[in-house]
Design a protein around this ligand. Structure first.
Ligand code: PHE
Length: 529
């Protein structure tokens, strides 16, 4: 009997749900750790699912070849579903877009940039970092996409708060040494003076102080637990051979200066579940992920430059009208549709899914984000400043500046001159590319000096709100009830998927998890109809 273990589990999962599935897996000795279970709960559709049911794989039209659409077609394709993907752009990936030399970037008003980057230099215009717990890592493994570390936090990068009166950037290591040092000094002093006696036993106090002495690198009780700087801040002259012990950075700021600078407010970023090191990136550019998906799906199933013009739910299926690459109107019939376009674009697409769906699609707010990629003739951040990857954070309108986590020690390289959101992104979006570059360089010179202008070789800037057929960086929901829940269910034969239907908006993992959910819903529907 051709009843595989996997097929059996799928059947258990489809009829009994995830709980039954895991109980069965446990009985078979397959249950993974709880942590891994959450991710492996997804069982892809497979041909054998149909063998005993007398049902067959259906025809599905997928709208959008972004990460959600590609994952949908890929997973359904495993079971033999006949998928066709319609994509308005002339490439797959959606917001997952890696820009290399020769690529063109056109904005809504028709203005076009051509990237003049040299070989091996690229800008991940959209997603650029993966957390280890994200399902994106599993797809990279499955699809054979090679990964490397993406440095999200680097002690050697800078913090610069102009509004706080800083005249020069401070290294993250120095900022941490000073903030941790003074916090430790204050807390040790207060603890030792009995200020926390209502909360702490004598032993708690001793242990807390022992922790703080190491955490802040502070003096002992006799020294008043004083923070007086030290090697953690960094060196003016690095330690060397023979008689060169190094010269530590001079001028330790006062406690009040340190808190006035606001640098400590930056530290929580790297504590985030989604942002903590280690993080990863595909070798050679983030678009390795959509390219691998497209290869696995088969190019003949993906119609590029095909813009959806109408979605019509029918009694027994769905019809999608689109304009093909020659500008001709076409229509495609299918049993089901999975719409993965951004909700605000879907809301503008004629359909017969009813006023509630229409209102739901129009509910999320659209957010802006922008980046500029600056290629330099030499890797001065490495040679002159010893920065190998990581991010500088500022209160300038450039927000953050990223150094490349690839190509170390090479000749040229690309710095992300700004990666900003909201009003800062809108301010840059309103400018021509030349003016964006000028402004980014002028701001960045406050951190890196004249070489930031003089060594510049080429640049490309993206304003996600101005990208045709995308028109936004990501969306936000006023709540996860109502509209969000409605669109997480099918409307007739139309299902939806995308990061916008997940709790991981603005992450590929959100798109992937949403695609998995929708694939599961659709497949169960087919198996039980
Ligand atoms: N995933 C995007 C990024 O890493 C957007 C994002 C930023 C999401 C910060 C959550 C937190 O930049």
């Amino acid at each position: 009997m051709s009843y595989s273990r996997r097929g059996f589990l799928t059947a258990v999962g489809a009829t009994g749900g995830a709980g039954a599935l895991f109980a069965t897996m446990g009985a078979l000795g397959l249950a993974p750790t709880a942590e891994a279970a959450a991710r492996t709960a997804f069982v892809p559709p497979q041909p054998s699912d149909f063998t005993l049911t007398g049902r067959g794989a259906k025809k599905v039209v997928v709208l959008g070849a972004g990460v959600a659409g590609l994952a949908t077609a890929y997973e359904l394709g495993k079971a033999g579903y006949d998928c066709t993907v319609l994509e308005a752009l002339d490439r797959v990936g959606g917001r997952n877009w890696t820009i290399r030399g020769g690529d063109r970037l056109t904005e809504l008003d028709g203005s076009t940039q051509v990237a003049r980057f040299s070989d091996g230099v690229y800008l991940n215009a959209g997603p650029a970092r993966l957390a280890q717990w994200m399902v994106t890592m599993d797809y990279a493994r499955e699809l054979g996409v090679a990964l490397e570390v993406f440095t999200n936090a680097n002690a050697q990068a800078y913090i610069f708060h102009e509004a706080a009166g800083m005249t020069a950037p401070v290294r993250w290591r120095t900022a941490k040494a000073d903030v941790y040092g003074y916090v430790a000094e204050l807390l040790s002093t207060a603890t030792d003076a009995g200020a926390l006696d209502a909360r702490l036993t004598a032993q708690d106090k001793e242990r807390l102080i022992a922790f703080l002495r190491g955490f802040g690198s502070i003096g002992n009780r006799a020294q008043g637990f004083a923070y007086t700087g030290g090697e953690r801040r960094g060196y003016h002259v690095d330690p060397g051979a023979g008689e060169q012990p190094g010269v530590e950075l001079e001028d330790v700021p006062t406690l009040s200066e340190v808190f006035a600078s606001g640098v400590g407010q930056r530290f929580s970023f790297e504590f985030g579940y989604d942002q903590a090191m280690l993080m990863f990136q595909p070798v050679g550019g983030m678009d390795a992920i959509p390219r691998a998906f497209a290869d696995a799906i088969g190019g003949h199933r993906i119609r590029l430059r095909s813009k959806v013009t109408r979605i019509t739910d029918l009694r027994d299926g769905v019809e999608v009208e689109y304009q093909d690459k020659n500008g001709r109107g076409q229509r495609i019939r299918a049993d089901f549709c999975v719409a993965t376009m951004p909700p605000h674009i879907l809301a503008r697409t004629p359909h017969n899914l009813g006023p509630d769906v229409q209102a739901a699609l129009a509910t999320p707010t659209v957010n802006s984000a922008g980046k500029i990629g600056l290629e330099y003739r030499r890797r001065w951040w490495e040679t002159d400043e010893n920065i190998y990857g990581g991010i500088t954070n500022t209160d300038l309108d450039l927000a953050s500046m990223w150094y490349p986590s690839y190509g170390y020690g090479g000749r040229r390289g690309l710095v992300v001159g700004y990666y900003n959101f909201g009003a800062q992104a809108d301010a840059y979006a309103a400018l021509s590319h030349r003016d964006r570059e000028r402004r980014a360089v002028e701001q960045g010179m406050k951190i890196h000096g004249p070489k930031y202008r003089d060594e510049l070789a080429a640049s490309v800037s993206i304003a996600w709100k101005l990208q045709p057929h995308i028109e936004g960086a990501w969306v936000g929901w006023p709540s996860r009830t109502g509209a969000y829940q409605l669109l997480n269910r099918p409307a007739g034969h139309v299902h939806f998927a995308g990061d916008w239907l997940s709790y991981m908006i603005a992450w590929q993992s959100g798109a992937l998890e949403s695609a998995r959910k929708t694939v599961t819903d659709l497949h169960q529907r087919v198996l039980s109809s």
